[in-house]
Design a protein around this ligand. Structure first.
Ligand SMILES: Cc1cc2nc3c(=O)[nH]c(=O)nc-3n(C[C@H](O)[C@H](O)[C@H](O)COP(=O)(O)OP(=O)(O)OC[C@H]3O[C@@H](n4cnc5c(N)ncnc54)[C@H](O)[C@@H]3O)c2cc1C
Length: 425
């Protein structure tokens, strides 16, 4: 065990951890701060695509936020991320069409970095923190957190303990199980009852021209369905691998790259589980495994033309002349109807039909629907105060703890923790 005690230890160098570190280093430069990450570079959306949304409630978990609190902190997020906000056009036209169908199109301030340029942004942020005296321990996995009579601190790789006066645990979505274990062991009550399940849609920019006017249009449909993470320019659908199954996701390179004229976006339905089914994670894993089972170890893809006719897609239908483009993520051609629960499919299909009225073309027969895209939103701890404190000296924030759902919300959550630490709470 190291005898040194840090003022603050931050587990996770994603936006929640960075938000806390920048705020602490700026407002109390004498604090000794250690940031720990199991990766060489933070592994969440900051690294991947880095779309930033600067309008509440995008990226925030509304049960933990108010409009006023988000509005107070978003300018502080912007100060460090220095986004170039994208212009929008013809918003009123789409909004009018949407309203007639009971759909809302949110007007969101957005910026996009792109997968090819996000490393530079992260490096700039880490360099700035290093210059301000923050220390880093990278490629080291935290396996436990303690806050008891023996002291407060974290355990690295099951062996080495590092002590800190305060600890922020911000391990993101992939740290879901780790966080759950820590909460179980520390006796922190939590709930895990929300999950987003949906599809990723891929089509050509001609079939979804709204992306020329609005980079990542945020539509809210009835039945808890929404568009999420729209990519265009140089856009690809990608696989996210978990233990025993894969999910789909999407990303795009920066505007500087030559385009491939494809667009992809997710249509997600939020499901709030009630007794006796209470674990969003368990349900998500079950649905993902079922889809991968049907897909022979892969997610599924189906052309809209086939889906409409009630028949599965096959390798042949993927190559017919009617179909305009090849999938950017060739998974198993099949039948989504076999894998997606009926109610979810019905609500998503209804949303897609409305979307096709607002942006005519998106339901072209060649459009591809990939499944599953699932967002597991955290085991939400029972917080002791508004600074996301879970025990005397330990805080949990970011996507893993359910305080955010995006980069800016996670960063703002980190600031709230830092404010708590600075105020001695
Ligand atoms: C592929 C992908 C693309 C995304 N794109 C976007 C986007 O464009 N825009 C957007 O707003 N959101 C995006 N998101 C969501 C976004 O990543 C999250 O909302 C945000 O990163 C959450 O921040 P965080 O700090 O809570 O967690 P993360 O950013 O996930 O950071 C957590 C960090 O903790 C580390 N960690 C986890 N467990 C441990 C451990 N036991 N020990 C040590 N370190 C650990 C991880 O390596 C990671 O670096 C994307 C997510 C993914 C997966």
């Amino acid at each position: 065990m190291s005898s040194h005690e840090y003022d603050v230890i931050i587990v996770g160098t994603g936006p929640a951890g960075l938000g806390a570190a920048f705020h602490l280093a700026e407002h109390s430069p004498s604090l000794s701060i250690l940031m720990i990450d199991r990766e060489k570079i933070c592994s969440g959306g900051l690294l991947n695509d880095c779309k930033q949304n600067y309008t509440y409630p995008i990226g925030f978990a509304v049960e933990n936020w108010t409009t006023e609190e988000a509005a107070r902190l978003l300018p502080l997020v912007e100060k460090w991320l220095q986004p170039t906000i994208k212009e929008k056009q013809n918003l009123e036209v789409y909004q009018r069409r949407a309203e007639r169908l009971g759909v809302t199109l949110l007007d969101v301030r957005q910026a996009h970095v792109g997968t090819d340029r996000s490393r530079d942004l992260i490096q700039r942020l880490l360099d700035e923190l290093t210059r301000r005296g923050v220390q880093f321990l990278l490629e080291r996995e935290v396996t436990d957190v303690s806050d008891d009579t023996a002291g407060t601190g974290v355990v690295i790789a099951g062996t080495e303990t590092i002590r800190g006066r305060k600890v922020l645990v911000a391990p993101g979505r992939k740290g879901f199980s780790f966080l759950q274990q820590v909460m179980e062991r520390m006796g922190i009550a939590y709930i895990d009852n929300v999950v987003d399940v949906g599809i990723r849609v891929e089509t050509t920019a001609n079939n979804y021209p709204i992306v020329n006017d609005y980079y990542d249009p945020k539509f809210l449909f009835p039945d808890g369905v929404r568009t999420f993470c729209t990519n265009s320019g140089y856009a690809r659908v990608v696989l996210e691998r978990y233990q025993g199954f894969s999910l789909v996701n999407g990303h795009a390179l920066s505007e500087q790259q030559a385009g491939n004229d494809l667009v992809n976006f997710a249509l997600l339905k939020t499901i709030g589980l009630k007794d006796p089914v209470r674990s969003g994670q368990q349900m998500a894993v079950f649905l993902a495994r079922l889809a991968n089972e049907i897909g022979g170890g892969m997610p599924l893809m189906q052309r809209v033309g086939d889906f409409r006719m009630g028949k599965r897609s096959t390798t042949e239908t993927f190559n017919e002349d009617l179909y305009l483009f090849s999938p950017s993520c060739p998974v198993t051609a099949g039948d989504l109807g076999l894998a997606v629960p009926a109610k979810i499919m019905r609500h998503i299909w209804t949303a897609l039909k409305k979307l096709d009225t607002i942006v005519p073309g998106v339901l072209h027969p060649s459009t591809i629907m990939y499944y599953p895209e699932i967002k597991m939103y955290a085991n939400k701890p029972a917080f002791l105060d508004r600074h996301f404190r879970v025990s005397t000296n330990v805080y949990m924030a970011g996507d893993g703890a359910g305080t955010s759902r995006g980069i800016t919300g996670a960063w703002a959550s980190g600031i709230r923790v830092a404010e708590g630490i600075l105020h001695g709470k």
